[in-house]
Design a protein around this ligand. Structure first.
Ligand code: HMG
Ligand code: MG
Length: 311
């Protein structure tokens, strides 16, 4: 997506949205039982075939901190790459970057937080220290011609600090921009934001970069994720993260439920006439597949409704 102002439709919403499927990473990372490699690979291959332009496939984090992601090298080497898909991976430090480079990812994702307490719990350092660690990653990513994405966790609320102000989120966005990020995710890690706060935060961070550079990453803990996506669309945001079957949860954000379900977001966007390039009927079986494979109830309301309609 270009940096120019996104084309808007008649309701003053973007005409096109890029959906970033985060199920294989954000969705699975919190699963207690190790998900077999072949299930992870099958999931990513099905998502690629369905035409997702960007899939968060792996996390080169410490296996002691997030054991579920320890097989990220194997995942990346076994998946089938589709030319239209960007395969992304989280990297917390230069060691993670080197693993990601070796695994030939298309995009590395550096991740910090808008709250000091969450940064300490999640990456064991302060916000400022995290950006010292990211400097060599940003330099290397530019040199190696990899896309660089930044993720700002707890941009609206934190399980330890409480409410997070728009200015606190904006401070971290500014750090990400200074490092040369191509895209920055504004994440409601614990799913507490409401539509008014979403509007205020996005309008505050647009001081640093155009709307086309930001994505909305919402969780559905308080059932607000679709309302929040609609509010973000109204501000001009045109990239959203979602997780097939609503998989997800963060190990360092107790009580937070899954990411907003991809099927639910697609149903909303289809209803608004917004193009994504993804066919809802084709992805519903993927949600069913992964839910059964990990022994979970499908967390997408749209997915469940469409499955029962066809039974
Ligand atoms: P630390 O313990 O302070 O790091 O962790 P360290 O440098 O002291 O290293 C400790 C050990 O880990 C060493 O091994 C290192 O070699 C190893 P030992 O000598 O003890 O055998 N190590 C690594 N191994 C493999 N790959 C690496 C790596 N780095 C160190 N990259 C660290 C600091 C940042 C590494 C750790 O805190 C970490 O990995 N944190 C990530 C936790 C995580 O995965 N969180 C979930 C993702 S973030 C998220 O979900 C939010 C987001 O989705 C947005 C949203 O949903 O809202 C992005
Ligand atoms: Mg998430």
């Amino acid at each position: 997506m270009s940096l120019e102002r996104t084309l808007m439709n008649s309701a003053n919403l973007p005409q096109k949205v890029k959906l970033v499927e985060v199920g294989p990473r954000d969705g699975l990372q919190n699963e207690k039982d190790l998900v077999p490699l072949e299930v992870k690979v099958d999931l990513i291959n099905r998502l690629s075939k369905a035409g997702f332009p960007n899939i968060e496939a792996a996390a080169f984090v410490s296996p002691k901190w997030t054991p579920q992601m320890a097989d990220s090298e194997q995942v990346m080497s076994h998946i089938q790459r589709y030319s239209g898909t960007i395969y992304s991976a989280l990297v917390p430090n230069i060691k993670g970057y080197e693993r990601a480079l070796e695994s030939k990812v298309d995009e590395v994702v550096i991740f910090s937080a808008a709250s000091q307490a969450f940064a300490m719990k999640n990456i064991n350092c302060s916000i400022e220290e995290s950006f010292e660690r990211f400097k060599p990653i940003a330099y290397a990513a530019k040199k190696d011609k990899l896309r660089l994405r930044g993720s700002v966790s707890c941009a609206f609320g934190c399980p330890y600090q409480g409410r997070v102000s728009a200015e606190e989120a904006a401070t971290v966005v500014k750090y990400m921009m200074d490092l040369g990020c191509d895209e920055v995710d504004i994440a409601d890690t614990i799913g507490v934001a409401t539509a008014g706060q979403v509007k205020e935060t996005f309008e505050t961070i647009f001081k640093f970069a155009p709307a086309a550079m930001f994505s909305g990453h919402f969780h559905d803990t308080y059932g607000q994720s679709l309302a929040n996506i609609y509010a973000a669309l109204q501000t001009g945001v045109s990239i959203f993260h979602s997780s097939i079957a609503g998989l997800g949860g963060c190990p360092y954000a107790k009580g937070a439920t899954g990411n907003v379900a991809t099927e639910d977001v697609l149903y909303l966007l289809n209803g608004l006439g917004i193009e994504t390039g993804i066919n809802l009927d084709e992805i519903v079986p993927i949600g069913e597949f992964i839910s059964k494979a990990i022994g979970k109830t499908n967390g997408s309301r749209v997915g469940k409704a469409l499955v029962s309609k066809h039974c």
